[in-house]
Design a protein around this ligand. Structure first.
Ligand code: MGD
Ligand code: MGD
Ligand code: SF4
Ligand code: MO
Length: 704
């Protein structure tokens, strides 16, 4: 039987809307939702079918029988595996208290359910991936605008100039944003791209600045200086909504474009020309404040500088600028219900909220758990459940993480794949792939907000379950019925929609429910109340930072240069892979089976290295060493060695990715303790590695 469903892609967390066709329970076609994406999909989105068919993913629940990480498993029924997890959790609760369980997940709109589960269990310790993703930019936005990183969206299509600092958007994809950018370029808009290496985005840019690693903040300060000097800022907007402009003027006085040029290696005349361009293009100039943002010890301040530039442009809440995403209430509609449970009033196990008071409590900071776990302060952590999260791939220094995890009596991985953490855990609860599962309804805020949901296109191929079933069944075993009273997804959907007046049939036509026919903008003269800072204004000098003893405007400090025979390790995404979890995908592993180490031609010559030679990369303390083929190029800064993240996996059941390429996170020894005290993010780019030519025989390696 032929079937067509609208759903949401799950090959990465961008969650593009899709339409999926199937026949006799086999996927025959996947495309971007024609109503929103005109059918477009990226290579990873197309490879969803290969994920579904992949026999190298867990096919039923598994319980560890050998030592942790040894890879000896026994197959278990769902009854047995869920009983096993629930019994262990009950014991842990009885002996150590509910707070000794941590649940980490990959953020996003569905995290609400996982968070509700761990809160209902009695633990405040919900955490997510964000300490290695958007936390610095999130906290930067909060400190200035009083709203987090999702508090603004970007009307790129109508902009005249988009400025991206290391936001390599044509590799680190977001299909709708990519379309908007291409439309903007077609209409004659400009794209300025800043990176330490040439990229897909740099290649499409109208202006490319190659900077010395770690000097974005210097470049941004030079630009602010010149913008102010030339008077290219919105005086009315500043007067109405912004505090701290005078202090900013004084602070940037010394940071001239000539000074910035020396720090970042870009020519002064190019900085001046760029400022003239944005002067002409404002207010429709968008400075993207970063998502992951290259991770240096001052990235929080670099991101703040980009927010400040947006404020100077006066681009907030206008066409071709930044806008505040709208929800149901802004369209005069009632919102959906969502599963919720208040957070227990217990100190968090990562120190956020009591030891570190200036961070948003929300998901805390996952990397800060490990030292607390080792010292059992303020209490022991005995269980870690990773739901769509791979701490050993997404966070640095997995060996240190293992020391802390070994203090736990229970490690559970809820995953569609074998993750590095899953391979080390006690129980793997395999989730059905996104093509085989339903999920609850979510609201997507924007200029035209909508309700949307993921729906199954086919029945599960293996003995796997959806996360809503896994959590509901665990909740039932733990007596948490109040938070999880639903028996079927239909019941849950009906309960969610009840206040809105919509029914499930309203999703049929397009796969989503549009809450407004036309874009909703606020009146730009009445933005008071939108900035949730203590003063209610956009604060260039943040009261909260000042209270914590942190500067709002931090003087620039030149980044360290690598020592002899060492290079700074930098990383990034590639268009055909998602983080660490597609390198074993049958289709995508064929497109890109391994990563390489990009090294500058001059540096390579000194080390006697040619493209294709094997390089030996070892951590600063030499405790971890890996070999990988060199990619010799002029398009990377001479101080850096670059790799694509997600490779170097050591899971024998994943034969396509096993030992393919190098893992950046395994080289990041000590990085868990190297984090941004102001922004909270891990300083993933403040890592140096030893680089030399490997004596291994490349041919022999290929034969192996
Ligand atoms: N295909 C694909 N798309 C994705 C993802 C994916 O895994 N695959 N992941 C999604 C996620 S979770 C995120 S957070 C986003 C991330 O989106 P981005 O932040 O755009 O992604 P990265 O590739 O991590 O970008 C890092 C870039 O910073 C550069 N860089 C290193 N040092 C410096 C520096 O000092 N200055 C500057 N200016 N640049 C520097 C690197 O060379 C690299 O090009 O992508 C999302 N989209
Ligand atoms: N060294 C280094 N560290 C990094 C990065 C880097 O580039 N270099 N990137 C950083 C960034 S931007 C981010 S966002 C984080 C990402 O870190 P994570 O969120 O941990 O990474 P992912 O690979 O997106 O997903 C984690 C796990 O989710 C599983 N998964 C995928 N789909 C599903 C599903 O449908 N259901 C379930 N249950 N599981 C699923 C995957 O198999 C994988 O094991 O890593 C960060 N850390
Ligand atoms: S960017 Fe690609 S993989 Fe990610 S959700 Fe969109 S189509 Fe899927
Ligand atoms: Mo991310």
């Amino acid at each position: 039987m032929k079937k067509s469903v609208y759903s949401i892609c799950g090959m990465c967390t961008v969650r593009c809307p899709i339409r999926v066709e199937s026949e006799d329970n086999k996927i025959t076609w996947i495309e971007g939702n024609p109503h929103l994406l005109g059918g477009a999909l990226c290579a990873k989105g197309t490879a969803g079918q290969a994920l579904l068919e992949d026999h190298e993913r867990p096919q039923q629940p598994l319980i560890r029988v050998g030592a942790r990480g040894a890879g000896r498993w026994r197959e278990a029924s769902w009854e047995e595996a869920l009983d096993y997890v629930a019994d262990k959790l009950k014991d842990i609760k009885k002996n150590y208290g509910p707070e000794s369980a941590v649940l980490s997940s990959r953020g996003g709109p569905w995290q609400q359910m996982y968070k509700a589960f761990i809160h209902a269990f009695g633990s405040p310790n919900y955490t997510n991936h964000d300490c290695t993703c958007g936390r610095n930019t999130h906290h930067a936005s909060l400190s200035i605008n009083g709203v987090g990183r999702k508090g603004f969206a970007y009307d790129v299509k109508n902009a005249k100039h988009l400025v991206l600092f290391g936001r390599d958007m044509f590799s680190a994809l977001r299909i709708a944003e990519n379309h908007q950018t291409l439309d903007m370029l077609d209409k004659g808009g400009r794209l300025t791209y800043v990176d330490v290496r040439q990229t897909m985005t740099g290649a499409k840019a109208t202006r490319f600045f190659q900077v010395r690693p770690g000097t974005d903040y210097a470049l941004a300060l030079g630009v602010i200086h010149q913008v102010i000097k030339q008077g290219y800022y919105d005086k009315d907007f500043l007067a109405r909504y912004v505090t701290g402009f005078e202090e900013l003027c004084t602070f940037v006085e010394e940071y001239t474009p000539a000074w910035a040029a020396k720090e970042c290696g870009v020519k002064e005349k190019d900085i001046l020309a760029f400022v003239e361009e944005i002067g002409a293009d404002r207010p429709n100039v968008i400075f993207h404040p970063g998502w992951n943002l290259a991770r240096y010890s001052d990235s929080f301040y670099a991101s703040r500088a980009m927010h400040i530039l947006n404020v100077l442009m006066g681009n907030i809440e206008l066409k071709g600028g930044l806008f505040i995403p709208k929800g149901a209430g802004d369209c005069g509609k009632k919102g959906i219900r969502s599963i919720d449970c208040p957070k227990p009033d217990i100190k968090r196990g990562d120190g956020v909220g009591w030891q570190y008071t200036h961070f948003e409590k929300g998901p805390g900071l996952a990397h800060l758990f490990f030292n607390h776990m080792l010292s059992e302060d303020p209490y022991p952590i005995k269980a870690w459940i990773a739901m769509r999260h791979d701490p050993f791939s997404g966070m640095p220094d997995p060996e240190k993480q293992k020391l802390a995890m070994d203090k736990c009596d229970l490690l559970v991985s809820i995953d569609t794949n074998y993750s590095e953490f899953g391979w080390y855990s006690d129980v793997i609860l395999p989730e059905s792939t996104y093509l085989e599962r339903d999920n609850f309804i979510v609201q997507q805020k924007g200029l035209k907000p909508r309700l949307t949901l993921r729906r199954k296109a086919v029945e599960p191929k293996y003995n796997t379950k959806s996360s809503w079933e896994i959590f509901t069944e665990l909740a039932n075993r733990l007596g948490l019925h109040d938070t999880f009273p639903f028996k079927t997804i239909e019941e849950l959907w009906a309960w969610q929609l009840e206040p809105t007046g919509y029914t499930m049939a309203d999703f049929d036509a397009k796969g989503f429910i549009e809450l407004s026919d036309s874009p909703v903008f606020y009146d730009r003269d009445k933005l008071d109340g939108q900035f949730k800072t203590p003063s209610g204004k956009i604060e260039i000098i943040s009261e909260l930072l000042t209270k914590t003893g942190l500067p709002s405007l931090k003087p620039f400090v030149s980044p360290e240069a690598p020592e002899k025979d060492m290079l700074r390790l930098i990383y990034g995404k590639v268009a055909v892979h998602t983080q660490g979890h597609t390198t074993n995908n049958p289709m995508l592993s064929e497109l890109m089976p391994t990563n390489t180490a990009w090294i500058h031609t001059k540096k390579a010559k000194k080390l006697g290295i040619q493209s294709g030679d094997l390089l030996e990369l070892s951590s600063a303390d030499k405790s971890y060493c890996a070999t990988v083929a060199a990619h010799v190029t002029d398009h990377v800064h001479p101080e850096a060695v670059f790799t694509v993240h997600g490779f170097g996996k050591e899971i024998p059941r994943q034969t396509r990715s096993f030992m393919a390429g190098v893992s950046d996170q395994k080289l990041m020894i000590g990085a868990l303790d190297n984090w941004d005290q102001a922004g909270g993010g891990v300083n993933l780019c403040e890592i140096f590695v030893h680089v030399k030519k490997s004596i291994r025989n490349t041919k022999r390696r290929v034969e192996l």
